[in-house]
Write a protein that binds this ligand. Structure first.
Ligand SMILES: Nc1ncnc2c1ncn2[C@@H]1O[C@H](COP(=O)(O)OP(=O)(O)OP(=O)(O)O)[C@@H](O)[C@H]1O
Length: 312
């Protein structure tokens, strides 16, 4: 099967037995990750992201459903397709007294990757300047990036990051984001799970939003946000008068203190044109499109799901 997808799951399901009964972790997940670019796997804590990733990697056995990686059914064909997959699920063990470069050289030798690849992956993860320093002297962010570098040694087509910025400081977060963007631009597929919407919004080309083990929405980040009614905020001399003018033209507008708010306009120039026609001149105009966070809250409300603790 070649459907252009790096990852495809259908009706994927996993329940865990707990002392208090069974817990549904993944409830029929249909995940489609296009090949090439960064795909955000987004959902609140406990929505089944880690369980899904672990099933894809053959670490957890699903109850039912199907999974494909690059068209190959898994877990059956995992030994065959695994060479194309790199997963940063937990940090590998590095020797603290050796440099990053030395650690990578040892790993490259162990997996039969060419020596030249070590310099390339240090470059890709922006560690080339510090490659000769001892691993023990690295910040947490650098250690994480060395883990990414180690995964890149075998040039995987698909990289899976499970909550990669957990525990990182803002500089570390920026660096790992940049690494993910670079990998996506190189044509690799990056699947990154997160419960932080703002984070995914900044790096992902496409996104799947899950809640309670199910897919709630998928698509391009810009489309998911744009699909929600966008609006504009304008600065005008008399917002109440401007709102009345636009209302008379059939738009939904209101004064908000010193500003004019207009809902549901896709083309902001329509607002300036209509107001200009009445000699009302706009001195400032900003779009007020929704962010992923409000999209998520709307989706969970639409599907009647509990969104508590969903996002931050
Ligand atoms: N080994 C396990 N035994 C029992 N329940 C589990 C186990 N692993 C996960 N769960 C439960 O399954 C549900 C989904 O968990 P999972 O870790 O897959 O979600 P997640 O979206 O990755 O969340 P987080 O961001 O918190 O890691 C949760 O209710 C969790 O408590």
């Amino acid at each position: 099967m070649d459907d252009g997808l790096a990852v495809r799951t259908r009706a994927l399901r996993k329940t865990y037995r707990t002392p208090r009964g069974t817990r549904v972790a993944v409830a029929g997940l249909d995940l489609s990750v296009p090949a090439g670019g960064v795909h955000g796997f987004l959902g609140p804590n406990g929505s089944g992201k880690t369980t899904s990733i672990r099933m894809l990697l053959g670490l957890v056995r699903p109850d039912s459903g199907t999974m494909h990686l690059y068209g190959e059914p898994v877990p059956e064909r995992l030994p065959h397709v695994m060479r194309r997959i790199g997963a940063i699920v937990e940090s590998p063990k590095f020797f603290p007294a050796f440099s990053g470069r030395k650690n990578l050289s040892l790993l490259a030798e162990a997996i039969g990757a060419p020596r030249t690849r070590v310099g390339e992956v240090l470059e890709l993860t922006a560690l080339h300047d510090r490659g000769d320093d001892r691993f023990a002297s690295y910040s947490l962010g650098m250690k994480q990036r060395l883990a990414v570098a180690a995964t890149l040694l075998k040039s995987p087509d698909l990289l899976i990051f499970d909550e990669p910025t957990n525990g990182l400081d803002p500089a570390g977060i920026r660096e790992i984001r940049q690494t993910m963007r670079d990998l996506g631009r190189e044509g690799r597929t990056v699947l990154v799970s997160s419960h932080i919407l703002a984070e995914v919004e900044q790096v992902a080309d496409t996104v799947s939003i899950v809640g309670q083990g199910r897919l709630l929405a998928e698509g391009r980040v810009a489309d998911l946000i744009g699909a929600q009614a966008a609006g504009v905020r304008a600065t005008v001399p008399d917002p109440a008068l401007a709102a009345a003018v636009l209302e008379a033209q059939g738009l939904s507008a209101r004064a908000d203190g010193a500003h004019l708010l207009v809902d549901g306009v896709q083309d902001a120039s329509e607002v300036t044109r209509l107001l200009g026609g009445h000699d009302i001149w706009v001195s400032e105009l900003t779009r007020t499109g929704q962010d992923l966070e409000s999209v998520f809250l709307e989706l969970t409300a639409e599907k009647g799901l509990e969104a508590t603790g969903a996002v931050r």
